[in-house]
Each structure stands twice: as structure tokens, then as C-alpha cells.
Design a protein around this ligand. Structure first.
Ligand SMILES: C[S@@+](CC[C@H](N)C(=O)[O-])C[C@H]1O[C@@H](n2cnc3c(N)ncnc32)[C@H](O)[C@@H]1O
Length: 477
């Protein structure tokens, strides 16, 4: 492992930013495997590294590495494998998967020193990143420059800090922490970008570059279920999916818009842009329309910063605070109903003891009496509870919500109370750290009229962006 680390560091990669050890891979959510190391492009894994003590174990290492690289995402496996056995190295490359033959890795000529240097690596994995590009989409050269500036600052931070700590340090710098301990790498950022937040002119390219970097806060760092990212479903929602739901739900000036699990603030930021670009709304008014909650304090700060860079000077009017999205009705007695709810709430088993949800008026979520102790059920119910009659809702949910036999009764009740407009299946791997297949659902809170039409669609990996824009237009029409 020392040899692997030395090679990666020699190539300019930094632990916790560019590579991690002992990375958990969840095989269909049941079995768990661990990669010895993974080299990332942001949050996308590009090289899986398997280390064996003895050269004789190279064949075992190769077999294991291949299994893990495919298990990461069977529809688009990790493109490069590096097997380091004793003093011997061998790299393999996934050739375009042939649907019938399955994935095929071929040995690459050359040593990791040459093959994995950033330029060469970018060429090798270019197609793969373009396929994943749907989730990395950027809005132009300006944004790319900002990404580089922010990433350089990140790389200049102490190598003993993990990415979560780096994100928090960057936030402090942007918000004008006067601490003399502000790391040198962040001083330039604080001086250049801090004033924008406090009232400069809006800089969408900077805002989006900032959110792109903050994906790192949504990446699990520890193996196992106790990692807070996994436990609380703190995953990044790709911009294309956010944009699709915002366009499909079409928030209007004056409407109250809620994201009760706002993460990096994708929905609120894109809703703000939609209001400005489509309706020419005034930023001062928009700020008062947006309501966001997250249980995680850093996510709240990320959202305030992302939206703040789009609406500079109006941070004070934003209603974005730390809170439990499932208890909003209790925490804030003045909370009125919302016109629009847009969110990608966490999914899976509720992590805490939620028996009391029943007492709090939840009929579908919680324990006992046919309730389901699932995050997605609780948030789905909460979305309906907090939306006013006739209001519009756009959520990202696991596809199992439509097929899980245990949810049948709940589904029947749900479908009798709301009018579904569209269900769009998303490709596996859109959320790189969960094996679940997710979908985007658009619905309205009123009983379904007779003969209502529901748009059912499935988008595919290489063309996800374009397909989602076409669907959003169809729903809006
Ligand atoms: C899938 S992420 C949302 C990502 C977000 N849409 C974005 O653009 O990055 C789900 C978020 O829900 C938050 N969360 C989990 N449980 C919560 C709860 N009970 N109340 C509020 N937020 C919660 C997590 O901290 C996480 O940020």
C-alpha cells in the first residue's frame, strides 16, 4: 500500500480529495465489498486499486478487482483497474461494454506512473466521464475556470483533512471567518468571493462551480452504515435531475417553494434561476419565496451559499435553516402550506426510532398499524401534508415505491389522493453510492380526474440530459 500511495502522491494526487482507501461497494444493497483504494474524479470513481502482498497473488487480485469494479455499477463499471501485487503492477481497461458479452477488461501496456498521470488518465477515461458527464454538466468556460480555482484551493489544504472538513473550511472562508487560522490556501478565495455573497452581482458560474465542489461533502468517507452520509441519505442530486423537476413543476412568482431535505440546495437554486429566467422575477422577492431545511448544519450552510451566490445580498431574506423535515409542522406553528414542494429526500430504513410519527399525525409512516418505517414513505406523506390543495410536487424516490408489494395499500391511498403527471425512471448509478434505482415523480395534490394521462418514461445513461429536457417540455406543454 505504501508503494501505491507514493505513486499516487508522486502523480500529484491527494488523499481524501483524489483518492481514498477502503472504499465500500454495496452489491445490490445486500452484500458489501471493499476496494483497497479508489482514485476519484470528484465523486466518480475512475481507478479501482487492489493490493496484494505477494506477486504470486496477482491472479486473485485481478479477479477480485474485476468483481468490485463491476459491482460498483454493473451498467457502467469503473473503467480502470490497477492490481499492485508485491513489486509488480498491472493496469486494465474496460473496453466498451458489449451487451451480450458483458464487460471486458484488457491489460494496458505501461506502468501506473505513466498510465495514471492526470493527462493520460483523462484521455483513457474521457468517454466514461462523458457518459457520466450528464451528472457533471457545466454551464460554460467561466464555470470550468472557477472549478479549477476552487479545486486548487482544496488541494492546498492540509493533507490530514478529509474532504468534509475541507468543505467546511471553504464555507468558513467564503462567509468571512476572521480567524487568523484561515489556511493560506483559502485566503485568496475569501478575499475574492466573500464580498460577492455580501452583496456583489450574481455570479451563476461561480455558484454552480461551488455546488459542483460541494458534491464532496455528499460522498461517504467511512465504510459501513454508520457513515453519516449513508445513514441520512446525504447524496448529491445531479443538476440535470434537479433542472428536470424544476421545469416540470414550474414554480411561479409569489409561490412558496419548499425543499425539506435541501442538501446542497440544488432545487432551491434552480427554482430561483427558473423564476428569474422564465418570469423575470425580482431577486428580492424570490429570496422570500424559498424555504429549505436540512438536519445537517453544513448542508444548510452550503445551500445558503449556493442560493446566496445566485441572489447576492438577499441572504438575510432566505428561509433556509437547520431542522428536521419530518417534524416541520411541529417545530414551526406558523408554517403555512406550500404551493410547490421539490425535493430528493433520503430513502431506506428510518435511522431513528420513529414510533412517534403515528402520534404526530402520520398515517403511512412509522411503526405498527400497517405503517412503513421508511424514509421515502415519511417524506412522501410529509410532502402531501405540507402542500396546499392543488399544489405541485416533484420528488426523487426509489423506484420500489411503485413495485414493493408491502407498499400496496399505501400506494392505493396515495393514488386516490393525488394526480400523477409523470414518472421518469433514472439510470442506475445516478447516485453513485447507492445501488437503488431511482425515479423522478411529478404530481399534484388533488383527486385524479377521470381519464388523466400519466407520462411514463425511462431515461438512459448517455443521453440523460437531452432526454430529460424533452420530457420537461412535454410535461409543461
Ligand atoms: C439526497 S440528499 C438531498 C440532495 C439535494 N437535493 C442536493 O441538491 O444536493 C438528502 C438530504 O436530506 C437530509 N436529511 C436526512 N434526514 C433528514 C431529515 N429528517 N430532515 C431534514 N433533512 C434530512 C440529508 O442531510 C441530505 O442532505
Amino acid at each position: 500500500m505504501t508503494r501505491v500511495r507514493q505513486t499516487l502522491e508522486r502523480l500529484g494526487y491527494t488523499e481524501h480529495t483524489d483518492f481514498d482507501y477502503e472504499v465500500e461497494i454495496r452489491l445490490y444493497g445486500v452484500q458489501r465489498l471493499w476496494a483497497d483504494a479508489v482514485l476519484w474524479d470528484g465523486q466518480i470513481p475512475v481507478v479501482l486499486i487492489e493490493v496484494e502482498g505477494r506477486e504470486a497473488d496477482a491472479p486473485t487480485g485481478w479477479a477480485e478487482a474485476r468483481l468490485k469494479a463491476i459491482a460498483w455499477n454493473p451498467e457502467d463499471p469503473i473503467p480502470i483497474i490497477w492490481v499492485a501485487a508485491g513489486q509488480q503492477d498491472r493496469c486494465y481497461w474496460a473496453v466498451e461494454p458489449d451487451r451480450r458479452a458483458g464487460v471486458c477488461y484488457v491489460a494496458l501496456d505501461g506502468q501506473p506512473d505513466q498510465l495514471l498521470c492526470p493527462d493520460r488518465l483523462a484521455t483513457l477515461v474521457g468517454d466514461y466521464l462523458r457518459r457520466q458527464g450528464a451528472y457533471l454538466g457545466h454551464s460554460g468556460a467561466g464555470e470550468l475556470q472557477y472549478r479549477q480555482i476552487l479545486l486548487d484551493a482544496f488541494r492546498g489544504l492540509s493533507s490530514s483533512w478529509d474532504d468534509h472538513r475541507r468543505c467546511q473550511a471553504l464555507l468558513n472562508a467564503l462567509h468571512g471567518s476572521r480567524s487568523r487560522r484561515l489556511p493560506n490556501a483559502l485566503r485568496g478565495i475569501a478575499e475574492r468571493f466573500g464580498p460577492i455573497l455580501r452583496g456583489g452581482s450574481a455570479d451563476p458560474a461561480l455558484a454552480h462551480a461551488f455546488r459542483w465542489l460541494m458534491r464532496r461533502y455528499m460522498r461517504p468517507l467511512r465504510p459501513g452504515r454508520n457513515d453519516p452520509v449513508r445513514r441520512y441519505g446525504r447524496y448529491f442530486t445531479p443538476s440535470e435531475v434537479v433542472q428536470f423537476l424544476v421545469q416540470a413543476v414550474d414554480p411561479k412568482p409569489g409561490e412558496r417553494i419548499l425543499d425539506f431535505a435541501c442538501g446542497t440546495g440544488g432545487f432551491l437554486g434552480y427554482a430561483a434561476r427558473h423564476l428569474m429566467e422564465r418570469y423575470g422575477a425580482d431577486p428580492r422577492n424570490i429570496a422570500g419565496q424559498l424555504f429549505g431545511y436540512d438536519r445537517d448544519a453544513t448542508c444548510v450552510q452550503i445551500t445558503r451559499t449556493f442560493v446566496g451566490l445566485l441572489l447576492p445580498g438577499f441572504q438575510g431574506s432566505l428561509n433556509i435553516s437547520q431542522g428536521d423535515g419530518l417534524r416541520l409542522h411541529r417545530n414551526d406553528r406558523d408554517l403555512q402550506e406550500f404551493d410547490v414542494v421539490l425535493s430528493n429526500p433520503p430513502a431506506g430504513d428510518l435511522p431513528e426510532n420513529w414510533e412517534r410519527l403515528g402520534q404526530e399525525g402520520y398515517q403511512w409512516a412509522g411503526r405498527g398499524g400497517g405503517r412503513q418505517n421508511l424514509y421515502e414513505v415519511a417524506f412522501l406523506e410529509q410532502a402531501i401534508r405540507l402542500t396546499q390543495e392543488g399544489g405541485r410536487i416533484g420528488l426523487v424516490l426509489p423506484e420500489g415505491i411503485w413495485t414493493n408489494a408491502q407498499l400496496r395499500t399505501l400506494r392505493e391511498q396515495f393514488l386516490s389522493r393525488v394526480t400523477i403527471r409523470a414518472i421518469v425512471g433514472l439510470p442506475r448509478g445516478v447516485f453513485p453510492f447507492t445501488p437503488s434505482k431511482m425515479c423522478a415523480v411529478v404530481f399534484e395534490k388533488h383527486r385524479p380526474p377521470r381519464g388523466v394521462e400519466v407520462l411514463l418514461a425511462e431515461v438512459t445513461r448517455p443521453k440523460m440530459s437531452e432526454q430529460l429536457s424533452v420530457l420537461a417540455r412535454q410535461i409543461g406543454a
